[in-house]
Design a binder for this molecule. Structure first.
Ligand code: PAF
Length: 296
């Protein structure tokens, strides 16, 4: 089994025009490759809602802050294509840098508000890079539906805001974070953890879920967040970049879980930066399983 790999906008548009003539519903799943079960769950969700599913693979230089990170990003197109073919995706769109950003490219899509703080505070320009490439992918594919993981919760908000503000006729579909058996959120960065770090890593999710449960029980948020921060460091993480309670619907900072909220974290384990988030529903248990090991 194989999957067609398309490299140019012209070829992409040709195929899409043919699908449109047949009145087919088209979904896009934007990725940077190195596909893991989290990505595959997005593709499965897309296949349930659309007649044709395009998975994009483009390691977007505009969203990397450090050249070394861009160079080290895993590139596994052959394996990715094989996995997508097995799932039944219809196209892998994998343009190169010159196709995506031709000579003289000069446009940036910048989303104020939701891009600020959290990951935006520590990765200047990152969300401009994401918004720019995702806008292009939406326009290139003309997809009716686009699937994103809640693992990158701030990115999801940036993409939603951008699509709404620019009247892009695409429905953004959010999919729940997929976790390893031990609760660690799936990420292409997990392969960079040493054996010892991999053992310590799931504590991050466990601590988040515990803190979310305490916040729903109306515990003092300052105390809960301070204790969770300490627990993350005690678990072996070297730095907590942020640990914040934000509103679920617009990411505004919250002092208390008085409306549906998210607890979001970025922390460093050795030289690997991990992010995660869980929902906090006032007066109810977290919408995800309270035990992260069962949250997959
Ligand atoms: O989440 C990602 O992999 C990337 O940020 C995305 C959405 C594919 C844009 O490059």
């Amino acid at each position: 089994m194989s999957i067609p790999i398309v490299r140019t906008v012209a070829e992409l548009r040709g195929t899409i025009a043919a699908w449109r003539r047949e009145d087919l519903k088209i979904a896009v799943v934007p990725t940077m490759g190195a596909l893991h079960e989290g990505h595959l769950s997005l593709v499965r969700a897309a296949l349930e809602r659309a007649d044709r599913v395009i998975v994009t693979l483009f390691v977007n230089p505009k969203q990397f802050n450090r050249a070394a990170d861009l160079a080290a990003y895993p590139r596994t197109e052959h394996e990715d294509a094989a996995r997508l073919a097995t799932l039944g995706a219809h196209m892998l769109y994998a343009p190169d840098g010159a196709e995506m950003y031709p000579e003289g490219f000069a446009t940036t899509v910048s989303v104020a508000g939701v891009s600020e703080g959290l990951c935006g505070a520590n990765r200047p320009g990152h969300f401009d890079g994401v918004a720019t490439v995702v806008a292009k992918l939406f326009l290139q594919t003309g997809a009716d539906l686009a699937f994103f993981g809640e693992k990158d919760f701030q990115q999801l908000h940036v993409v939603r805001r951008m699509a709404r503000d620019l009247d892009l006729p695409v429905e953004i579909v959010a999919c729940t974070t997929v976790r390893e058996e031990d609760g660690l959120a799936m990420s292409s960065r997990n392969v960079r953890l040493s054996a010892n770090e991999r053992q310590a890593a799931p504590r991050l999710a466990a601590i988040l879920f515990e803190a979310a449960a305490r916040l729903t029980a109306e515990a003092d948020p300052n105390k809960v967040l301070a204790e969770a921060r300490q627990a993350i460091l005690f678990a072996g993480y070297s730095q907590v970049e942020y640990l914040e309670l934000r509103a679920d619907d617009d990411l505004s900072p919250l002092d208390a879980a008085e409306r549906p909220a998210r607890l979001l974290v970025a922390a460093w384990l050795g030289d690997v930066r991990l992010i995660d988030n869980v929902s906090v529903r006032p007066g109810r248990a977290s919408s995800e399983e309270s035990s992260p090991a069962k949250a997959a």
